[in-house]
Design a protein around this ligand. Structure first.
Ligand code: ADP
Ligand code: ZN
Length: 729
């Protein structure tokens, strides 16, 4: 047993977020410290944040060991959290300091900053009572010992600040410095829910019962868009809150909309804590503290919310579980969906994975009995799934620079006449994917990456979608020097927007693309406006496929359904199937039935046919059979080893050295492929080379890989990253 308290002077191992390969020994400070304590320690000339991780190793001269400077907070990191970080690090082969960094990105340690807050002095009433003053005092009595700032109190009781200043003058309320955070208002799970359909009620009862069991379990909640998955998992959240435990709902960042928060607020009578990249540091620290104290019962957040220090977490919902944005692709390479399952299993908590188009991984886990699967078959109410059709583009004779077929144009015209909305979907940001010199054929590429520069007319610049670098549009060809011969080739959403304006001159056209708005907030505001009928034709990239309700949208036209099927990625079919089904699902969410039209040059492609047939079970089975035959996930294990550096020859040298010495991998029966240039061979001036490791399902791959890669010494600027369960293979 690891002792849970260390007396002053005892040796403790302190893990920091600094890139060291192990926890360092320190002496416990005056007054001692707890296991898991957040501490400040000296490191060279600096003071850094650390966590007491266990007893010290004692392999240094005791006299030379430095002391912990101070304990930063009365509360310590919980055993469960330390175990989670260790298991997550072992799974993803991430060094512990990097893992700890994820858990301490906005640590709310020590006392929160103080703020002027107003308090009720006593039961006395002021000499002069007015209606406004009475409102304030009644409000304060109702909220007992909660303290508010003057501005908050004015807002909440619906009076002007001067009313409260008057009360302060009269001595009825006092203004003082208060270190207290404003707690999150309590959630009320007993408020009436919507009346669930039979299907929904059965699913909700099943998950609620699992939550009440207090044991770990994962449920795959599958149901077409609009079938009421959200209603169902909100009931699971209610059961969790009723049981006195905290709940976490993870969403892809962009799906965290005001509309969604309003639904949650309606159900529970109060706003949940929102954890996302737009939140200020102060707000994040407050959430961190409140979550740790159990004073935030429900958190809605993006993937990093998984690393908050919950006191008593009982349920994690991963909405749109198939979404690729759950995989963090830089820094620590982890998939939030899988880490949610890991964290819940350590806690005795439940996981709900919700999706209209689950990942093949989750589908297979349900098939094998690891997950429980619940299906919602029908859309709620009168809404039905859209009719799906293909438009065979081989017969189209479109003039150059036009991408909308006659048939699709007529269909859009029809919706416009009926006062309905239509969406044109193209998964390509910017104006044109290629900028080409018509004299010599040169294509403008990024100087730092192995990628083309994409014209963004809205920004009036070319942009690299790998590194974000921009440059002005050249008027002279950078290669042959020809003047005024540079031309855009192919469509992006901005260009499609131009076409739509020309084709539908009377319609209001809106282009929705993540890079066209200054901030996530501005983008969300635009989405709300459109949902309320602020546009007739919506042009969008992938982001419109996620969780937004456009009630009068009845037609979705996919400009290029073949786009995702190119290339050799074994996941291409699954991705395309999911994306097309999701996009199509945007149509016909209310009373009016919807139609989806897919423009394609290969209408007989098996994936296109499966999308049309809507036979998900059949699609999965066929996909599963292919993956099983190839021995790839979810029927085998894979890992990518990415080596990178500024000198391509050096990078290949190291990769080749690894490829020659595969002993540790051979011992577990794993195979190595490569080295080969990574899917993106150069990013920000660094050349990237990939080795792929493939092994049987039951193989303990991490240990073998750790041993294998430890054979090479990385000199200078060379880096090695391990990507367990890579997104593309
Ligand atoms: P999903 O999450 O599967 O896309 P939602 O839960 O968002 O589906 O439901 C789609 C729409 O139908 C929402 O507007 C929701 O409020 C409504 N809805 C679903 N089930 C019910 C119900 N039982 N009673 C009333 N409205 C419902
Ligand atoms: Zn670049």
């Amino acid at each position: 047993m690891v002792p849970s308290f260390y007396d002053e002077g005892a040796l403790v191992a302190v893990l920091t977020t600094q890139p060291l390969d192990r926890a360092l020994d320190y002496k416990a400070p005056e007054g001692g410290c707890h296991l898991g304590a957040f501490v400040e320690v000296p490191l060279g000339p600096r003071k850094v944040l650390g966590v007491v991780w266990g007893p010290g190793k004692g392999d240094y001269d005791y006299a030379k060991v430095r002391s912990v400077l101070r304990v930063l907070d009365a509360a310590a990191m919980r055993d469960e959290m330390r175990a989670f970080l260790e298991k997550a690090a072992a799974y993803t082969l991430t060094p512990m300091p990097a893992m700890l960094r994820l858990a301490t990105r906005a640590p709310g340690l020590g006392d929160p900053p103080s703020m002027r807050k107003v308090y009720r002095r006593g039961p006395e009433e002021p000499d002069r009572m007015t209606d406004a003053r009475r409102r304030v005092l009644e409000f304060m009595n109702e909220y007992g010992d909660l303290a508010f700032t003057l501005k908050e109190l004015a807002e909440l009781s619906g009076v002007t600040s001067s009313v409260i200043k008057g009360l302060v003058k009269q001595g009825a309320v006092a203004e003082e410095d208060s270190p207290r955070d404003l707690p999150f208002p309590p959630m009320d799970p007993s408020r009436p829910s919507k009346e669930l359909t039979e299907d929904q009620a059965r699913a909700a009862a099943h998950i609620a019962k699992a939550v009440q069991s207090g044991a770990y379990g994962t449920t795959l909640l599958r149901g077409v868009t609009g079938s009421g998955k959200t209603e169902v998992y909100l009931e699971a959240v209610a059961a969790c809150l009723t049981a006195g435990r905290q709940a976490l709902v993870l969403l892809p960042e962009i799906a965290l909309t005001a509309e969604f928060l309003k639904r949650v607020e309606e159900r529970f009578g109060a706003r949940p804590a929102e954890w996302h990249s737009g939140a200020t540091m102060t707000e994040r620290r407050r959430i961190w503290r409140m979550v740790g104290q159990g004073n935030a019962q429900l958190v809605i957040g993006a993937r990093s919310a998984l690393f908050l220090p919950f006191q008593n977490l009982g349920l994690i919902v991963v909405d749109e579980e198939h979404d690729t944005s759950y995989k963090q692709e830089d820094g620590v390479l982890y998939n939030a969906r899988d880490m949610a399952v890991l964290r819940a299993s350590l806690l005795g908590a439940q996981v709900v994975l919700a999706s209209a188009t689950p990942s093949l991984e989750s589908w297979a886990n349900a098939e094998s009995g690891k997950y429980t699967r619940l299906d919602l078959e029908a859309r709620f109410g009168p809404a039905v799934m859209p009719t799906m059709r293909t438009i065979d583009m081989r017969g189209e004779k479109l003039p150059s620079n036009r991408w909308v077929s006659e048939e699709l144009k007529r269909a859009v015209d029809q919706r416009l006449e009926r006062g309905e909305q239509a969406m044109l979907f193209l998964n390509r940001r910017g104006y044109a994917p290629i900028t080409l010199c018509r004299a010599c054929g040169h294509q403008v590429g990024c100087d730092q990456c192995d990628a083309r520069m994409v014209e963004h007319r809205f920004l009036k610049r070319l942009m690299c979608h790998q590194c974000g670098e921009t440059k002005p549009l050249p008027t002279v060809c950078p290669s042959c020097g020809a003047e005024d011969r540079m031309a855009p080739v192919g469509p992006g959403v901005e260009r499609l927007g131009e076409e739509a304006v020309a084709l539908f001159p009377d319609a209001r056209v809106a282009v929705l693309s993540s890079d066209m708005y200054g901030s996530a907030r501005a983008l969300k505001a635009e989405i709300e406006t459109i949902a309320e009928g602020g546009a007739d034709v919506i042009i969008g990239t992938q982001l419109v496929a996620k969780g937004h309700n456009f009630p009068s949208l009845t037609l979705v036209g996919v400009i290029d359904a073949d786009l995702g099927l190119q290339g050799s990625d074994l996941r291409a079919a699954e991705r395309t199937f999911q994306l097309m089904r999701q996009v199509a699902g945007r149509a016909g969410r209310a009373e009016k039935p919807g139609t989806a039209m897919l423009q394609t040059y290969q209408p007989e492609h098996p994936v296109i046919r499966a999308i049309l047939a809507g036979d998900e079970e059949g699609f999965w089975r066929a996909e599963a059979a292919q993956r099983e035959a190839a021995g790839v996930p979810p029927y085998g294990r894979m890992a990518g080893i990415i080596l990178s550096g500024p000198d391509v020859a050096q990078v290949f040298d190291i990769a080749n050295a690894l490829a020659r010495n595969t002993g540790p991998l051979l011992r577990v029966g794993a195979q190595v492929f490569g080295p080969a240039p990574a899917p993106i061979a150069r990013v920000r001036g660094r050349h990237r080379v990939r080795l792929l490791v493939k092994a049987g399902k039951g193989v303990a791959l991490q240990g073998a890989i750790a041993q294998w890669v430890s054979q090479v010494r990385l000199k200078g600027d060379l880096r090695l990253a391990v990507d367990i369960d890579p997104q593309s293979f």
